[in-house]
Design a binder for this molecule. Structure first.
Ligand code: NDP
Ligand code: MG
Length: 388
């Protein structure tokens, strides 16, 4: 029986992880559930899964959750510091990192420090501080198993191979809702439009990142650190059907891919059960229904975020952290219609040029960089057309 702490249980990944756990009660047990402010769903989940503890980050909701769970033997904590504590408990075997954004970094570092196995969905943790996080994991002998479907695919392709025979990895991208569109169209798109992803139902932030292709840029950096790759070993190809979840080309020219119907429950379950596989009733891939798999090159000129992420990866140091912070802020602004779709790249680029570069950042440097970048991008946003 594996005891699991789900950081971000009320989100898209979190709720699907609970479906996986509910379907496998002989294998998994919920030890900790956490939410930011969705007290209603957290309470409902706690009543159903009876964890040892819950954390509601938003202190204003603490009393509501406490009152609702008062008749049950469930500890109720609040505040971000509690997240870093609960992941270290001896009763936790696996920490599933499913918070969104930079907010997920510190609890993952705390979990690695405590030697916990990590199932990682929160890609921003590796984008911001991948070198430091993976070094710590190596020192502690902690496996970091990817949940992101592309990285799960690569991880599965590497089973029995290791990383030494990799020539390159090829990340597949659906292209999002605006595949093939040009800037004259994209200047007018609104959040409601960008939130309609053709193949995946996900949280709002990653859905916008998928529409701008920033998601694929973040995933390049995520792959770099997870699989210890050089920058030129990471390629992206657009594959609109999202059946091939990614590929590895080996030094002898052989290419392996992992395929399946797009369903995050599969990589979530694999990350929790690894190195075993669990029989599931997930929908099977029927090649008669998917007889056409197509591939094309990404349009780096229109979808500039992909290029910006590549630049940040190549520059290294705190640049991915700057880019990530700027992106989180502009995505939040775009979601509330305060900045245009194409303007997001301008804001990120300006912020990347404005914040001071640190080649070998410490964890504290990342904290400072994230703060500084958020302040800078907020200034740029103030002067943008839509908010004026
Ligand atoms: P959601 O927005 O759906 O969920 C985020 C979760 O984190 C919620 O439980 C939310 O709580 C909690 N949360 C958000 N901000 C904070 C905070 N500041 N402090 C504490 N808790 C917080 O995101 P997703 O599930 O879509 O994504 C989670 C991560 O997984 C992201 O990094 C994403 O890139 C990655 N990922 C997601 C995929 C998907 O299919 N969704 C696919 C691949 C990767 P509340 O509900 O209370 O707001
Ligand atoms: Mg992905």
């Amino acid at each position: 029986m594996k005891r699991i702490a789900i950081l971000g249980s009320t989100g898209s990944i979190g709720t699907q992880a609970l479906e996986v756990i509910a379907a496998n009660p002989d294998k998994f047990e919920v030890e900790v559930l956490t939410a930011n402010s969705n007290a209603t769903l957290l309470i409902e989940q706690a009543k159903k899964f009876k964890p040892n503890a819950v954390v509601i980050a938003d202190e204003k909701k603490h009393q509501d959750v406490k009152t609702a769970l008062s008749s049950l033997p469930i500890k109720v904590f609040t505040g971000n510091a509690s997240l870093n504590e609960v992941v270290q408990w001896s009763t936790v075997d696996i920490v599933l990192g499913a918070l969104v954004g930079y907010a997920g970094l510190h609890s993952i570092v705390a979990a690695i420090d405590a030697g916990k196995r990590i199932a990682l969905a929160n890609k921003e943790t590796l984008v911001v501080a991948g070198e430091l996080v993976m070094q710590k994991a190596k020192q502690k002998g902690v496996p970091v198993i990817p949940v992101d479907s592309e990285h799960s695919a690569i991880f599965q392709c590497l089973e029995g191979e290791g990383t030494k025979y990799i020539e390159k990895v090829i990340l597949t991208a659906s292209g999002g809702p605006f595949l093939g569109k040009k800037p004259n169209y994209l200047v007018n798109v609104k959040a409601s439009h960008a939130l309609q992803h053709p193949n995946w139902v996900m949280g709002a932030k990653i859905t916008i990142d998928s529409a701008t292709l920033m998601n694929k840029g973040l995933e390049m950096i995520e792959a770099k650190w997870l699989f210890d790759l050089k920058n030129d070993q990471i390629d992206v190809v657009i594959h609109p059907q999202s059946i091939i979840h990614s590929m590895v080309e080996f030094i002898d020219g052989s290419v392996k891919s992992q395929m399946g119907i797009p369903d995050m429950k599969l990589p979530i379950q694999y990350a929790l059960s690894y190195p075993e596989r669990i029989k599931s009733n997930f929908k099977r891939l029927d090649f008669k229904e998917h007889s056409k798999l197509t591939f094309e090159m990404p349009d780096y000129k229109t979808f500039r975020n992909l290029q910006l992420a590549k630049d940040a990866m190549e520059k290294g140091g705190n640049h991915p952290c700057i880019m990530n912070a700027a992106n989180e802020v502009v995505v939040a602004s775009f979601l509330s219609n305060r900045v245009g779709f194409m303007e997001m790249s301008d804001m990120i680029e300006k912020t990347m040029a404005a914040v001071s570069y640190i080649q070998h950042p410490t964890l504290e440097d990342y904290v400072q960089t994230d703060k500084e970048a958020r302040i800078k991008v907020a200034e740029f946003l103030k002067h943008s057309q839509l908010s004026s």
